[in-house]
Design a protein around this ligand. Structure first.
Ligand code: THU
Length: 162
């Protein structure tokens, strides 16, 4: 029997103005995406923005449904939109933020497991890390080097081959 340990590293910024310009701009675009959020059931609005290697930014927001499980998170809306509009173009970064009228979001919005799995798929496909920027309305902004560090032991295409 062997015991293994994993560790991840991330950067913590106190405010958006401290971010490198590209990431700061991407986070602004994620804020703009909040306007298209359709969240009548949770009232929790999430905005995402995906930066592609060709410099194009594709936004996305959470889209809910009266049949609750059918709703989709902002990150997957943005990533699937990017991949279908710009197939084969590598994903460089994803920014995520949120808003609700119910309270002030003081902690960064952490992508759910399903969204981490989808981000990991594109990292594997393009063999390129995706920088992940997560922010609340106040509080710190965290920047992760890649999606796979947020989802160790993910299921991937290698599991499907002999
Ligand atoms: N949601 C996202 O869009 N992204 C996340 O990372 C977490 C949760 C959405 C799903 C649902 O519409 C609402 O937030 C409340 O869970």
């Amino acid at each position: 029997m062997q015991k293994h340990n994993l560790s991840i590293s991330y950067l913590q910024y106190h405010q958006a103005s401290e971010l490198p310009d590209t990431l700061g701009h991407l986070l602004e675009q994620a804020h703009k995406s909040l306007a298209s959020s359709y969240a009548p059931y949770s009232q929790f609005h999430v905005g995402a923005a995906v930066l592609l290697e060709n410099g194009i930014i594709v936004g996305g927001s959470n889209q809910e449904n009266a049949a609750y499980p059918l709703g989709l998170c902002a990150e997957r809306v943005a990533l699937f939109a990017a991949s279908s509009q710009y197939p084969g173009i590598k994903v460089k970064a994803v920014a995520i933020t949120a808003h609700t009228d119910a309270f002030v979001i003081e902690n960064p919005i952490s992508p759910c497991g399903a969204c981490r799995q989808v981000m990991t798929e594109y990292e594997n496909l393009h063999q390129q890390d995706i920088t992940i920027i997560i922010a609340g309305e106040t509080g710190p902004i965290l920047v992760f080097e890649n999606a796979s560090s947020l989802l160790p032991f993910s299921f991937n295409n290698k599991n499907l081959a002999e």
